[in-house]
Write a protein that binds this ligand. Structure first.
Ligand SMILES: Nc1ncnc2c1ncn2[C@@H]1O[C@H](COP(=O)(O)OP(=O)(O)OP(=O)(O)O)[C@@H](O)[C@H]1O
Length: 253
């Protein structure tokens, strides 16, 4: 088997909100073009860790971060322009958050900011992104309609299309299905499986069946520590830490 390429490498990450430590010495190598799941009880630091990868924590007052995150071997806390970084590292949130404008304008929002103006090029981006997010067939005849008229599941796929439109390399998903019904959830899970051919995906989920179904790697977080990180099969069939075992067998959390 080919050795997997490391896309993201976290080295000794500590993060404090004021004086309260939310991440404790996280070390993790995340492989390219795989799905990595972050699991663990509420408040253990999953979202906080996810947001260190696109430097979204920088936007919060009073946050202190030590350690390094490398993407393609560049330290994103030293060498990177955050606008470029957030183009390369797209993020999808728990609650779908389309802008109150048309489906079309949502998809090309970022492309327009980045200077794309030609209509045929924008049309192309819209179709390609909506196809990649498995939404094209459902909306192709109503691209001018307000995005807020879509169902929750469609809105979430639209948000994925909006992220894909700016051609990221990494996709961060923070509990992307927790506000969705089972059918929409299934669609997003199927999509993750397809998208990993092109993108490195990291997904925070409370749903352990979901982690087991869609991820290649799983990290179990507890009280700000990455307690165990391994191939998903190993985490779920043969965890090496008692705390991981207790969590995945439902003994706490
Ligand atoms: N902006 C903030 N300011 C202060 N403390 C915060 C902030 N965001 C998160 N925290 C704290 O940091 C810790 C980790 O939170 P985080 O949201 O990363 O956990 P999580 O594992 O994603 O939880 P959940 O599964 O409930 O979303 C918690 O104790 C939380 O209260």
């Amino acid at each position: 088997m080919m050795k997997e390429k490391i896309k993201i490498s976290a080295k000794n990450i500590n993060l404090y909100y004021g004086r309260s430590q939310a991440l404790k010495n996280i070390n993790m190598d995340i492989p390219e073009k795989k799905v990595t799941a972050l699991i663990g009880p509420s408040g253990c630091g999953k979202s906080t860790f996810l947001k260190t990868i696109n430097r979204m924590n920088d936007l919060i007052n009073n946050v202190t971060i030590t350690g390094q995150i490398y993407i393609d071997e560049a330290n994103i806390y030293e060498e990177t322009d955050t606008v470029e970084l957030r183009k390369k590292v797209g993020m999808v949130f728990q609650k779908p958050n389309p802008f109150p404008m048309s489906i079309y304008d949502n998809v090309v929002y970022g492309s327009r900011i980045h200077g794309v103006k030609v209509k045929t090029k924008l049309d192309e981006i819209v179709e390609k992104s909506l196809r990649s997010a498995a939404l094209w067939d459902e909306v192709k005849d109503r691209l001018k309609q307000n995005a807020l008229s879509l169902s929750g599941g469609q809105q979430q796929r639209l948000c994925i299309a909006r992220v894909l439109a700016v051609e990221p390399e990494i996709l961060l998903m923070d509990e992307p299905t927790s506000a969705l019904d089972p059918i929409s959830t299934q669609k997003i899970e199927d999509l993750a499986d397809v998208l990993k051919e092109k993108y490195t995906i990291i997904i925070v989920t409370h749903n352990m069946q979901q982690a087991a179904r869609i991820s290649d790697k799983t990290a179990f977080f507890l009280h700000g520590e990455a307690v165990e990180y391994n191939d998903t099969d190993a985490i779920f069939s043969n965890p090496s830490d008692k705390r991981t075992e207790d969590y995945i067998t439902g003994r706490f959390g």
